[in-house]
Design a protein around this ligand. Structure first.
Ligand code: CO
Length: 461
């Protein structure tokens, strides 16, 4: 796996993952194709050594793990975390907003969007729908299907500068009034207006995309608008990547690729490539959870029970589990703010990461990041072993700091955690920018972590 192939795989993953549901489905598929055994939370588990498993919750969070040869209370578990969701426009249950024959779709703002970046873009619509279907035996059942228009279904038009002379000086977008994806113009030549029902259009599309299923009725949906234009390289020397959802699919992809590589290391321990082969016998795990952009406090979010409940089934004995936690280590991945070329003053310049300069270690005295001097030291050591540069970010002292899943999964388990991520410009814009070298460097760091048989870290008890 070289950088070119890696970025190609990242681009495909992002393009094919318009929502967290698609991201998790794609991750589960890649894992299954690489021999990971799917487990269901509702069924009995029999976990074996040197085996690989995956489990999902709500179709929007996923955990995959390699059991390794060691017992976790002896070696600890090496865990990499990330989040699957990205800021987007979420369709309301009764979304039709009709004005003079122009039909727009009412949306909620999901996460902290930069609203103006969402204007005038070809917006895709995707997510999941719940349908009532008729089984062969005549019984009804309700289940969930994925849906992806993969088409610029709607656009939020800007108001012309001639109709709003203050657009460049005073314009503030109102989420209720200004963020309305325009779906269709149904004004006919007689001036009569036909009623348009979003559910009817949707139902047609669901049937088209799932023609093999006997669908009786569309019951509900969880759909969002997102950027359709796929990732691309930019810059005179293609040194940058412009892409939607880099936060945080870049990290999910790094976690996914690393655990797959580690899993294959069990079979082929003779890698001779540019990335160190991960073939350690200590257990490895990735955990990618939903709802980070809205605080993680849900059943499938990082503040929910998903990780703890999987760990308690892996290590049922309470004492063994607590001993395992004390020896485990989490690298929590989420993108970091790179210095903006026109706004270097927004950074503490001693802690200002640059694009293409390596993964960013994130520190915050108020513990909005879970890194401490022990976990930071461990990450520095990992980067040194992987022979990649790394950088350090601390928010300006006069500005509030964002957070991520690190503090959530660290506080609920007690596992030593470090928060790191790829340097990114324009976080939460409809398109974000990272360096062309950054995703692969992050991947190298995670590979290094997973390949270590034991971590040389003696933590204070
Ligand atoms: Co994020």
């Amino acid at each position: 796996m070289n950088q070119e192939k890696y970025n190609e795989s990242l681009f495909n993953f992002i393009k094919n993952s318009p929502t967290q549901y698609h991201a998790v489905a794609n991750m589960a598929k890649t894992l299954s194709n690489n021999g990971f055994i799917p487990l269901k939370e509702g069924e009995k588990w029999t976990i074996k050594p040197y085996s690989k498993y995956l489990v999902t919750r709500n179709g929007s969070s996923i955990i995959a793990f390699l059991t390794g040869g060691n017992r976790p209370w002896e070696s600890g578990i090496k865990i990499v975390g990330a989040h699957t969701d990205s800021p987007c426009l979420k369709v309301k249950p009764i979304p039709e907003v009709e004005n003079r024959g122009m039909v727009s779709i009412g949306v909620e703002i999901y996460g902290g969007l930069i609203l103006n970046s969402w204007l005038d873009r070809g917006l895709n619509l995707a997510g999941r729908v719940t349908v009532l279907s008729l089984n062969d035996d005549g019984k009804e059942s309700i289940f969930t299907l994925l849906l992806n228009y993969d088409y610029p279904l709607a656009t939020i038009p800007s108001l012309a500068i001639h109709l709003d002379r203050n657009v460049n000086t005073k314009k503030v977008l109102n989420p209720q009034l200004d963020m309305l994806p325009l779906l269709d113009i149904i004004r006919n030549t007689n001036g009569n207006m036909a009623k348009m029902k979003f559910r009817e259009i949707l139902f047609e599309q669901v049937i088209k995309q799932h023609s093999n299923i006997n669908i009786k009725e569309l019951l509900d949906f969880d759909l969002s608008f997102s950027e359709l234009q796929p990732p691309f390289f930019t810059g005179a020397n293609q040194t940058m990547i412009s892409s939607p959802r880099l936060d945080n699919l870049l990290s999910c992809h790094a976690a996914l690729k690393s655990i797959v590589r580690s899993a294959n290391g069990y079979i082929d321990k003779n890698f001779s490539t540019d990335v160190v082969a991960a073939n350690s016998s200590a257990p490895c795990m990735i955990v990618c959870t939903d709802h980070e952009e809205v605080g993680s406090d849900t059943a499938s979010g990082a503040r929910g029970s998903f990780l703890s409940s999987v760990l308690s089934r892996l290590i049922p004995n309470n004492e063994d589990r607590i001993r395992s936690y004390a020896k485990s280590f989490i690298i929590s991945l989420d993108n970091a703010h790179a210095v903006h070329p026109a706004h270097t003053e927004r950074h503490d310049l001693n802690h200002a990461p640059f694009i293409n300069n390596g993964p960013v270690l994130k520190i915050n005295g108020s513990q909005r990041y879970a890194s401490d001097c022990e976990s930071s030291a461990m990450f520095r050591y990992i980067c040194r072993c992987a022979d990649i540069p790394m950088q350090t970010f601390v928010m300006r002292s006069d500005m509030p700091c964002g957070s991520t899943i690190g503090p959530a999964i660290s506080s609920s388990t007690g596992i030593k955690t470090v928060d790191v991520g790829a340097p990114t410009l324009g976080m939460h814009s409809i398109r974000e920018i990272t360096g062309s070298d950054d995703p692969f460097m992050l991947f190298k760091a995670i590979n290094q972590f997973f390949s270590m048989d034991s971590l040389p870290l003696e933590v204070l008890q």
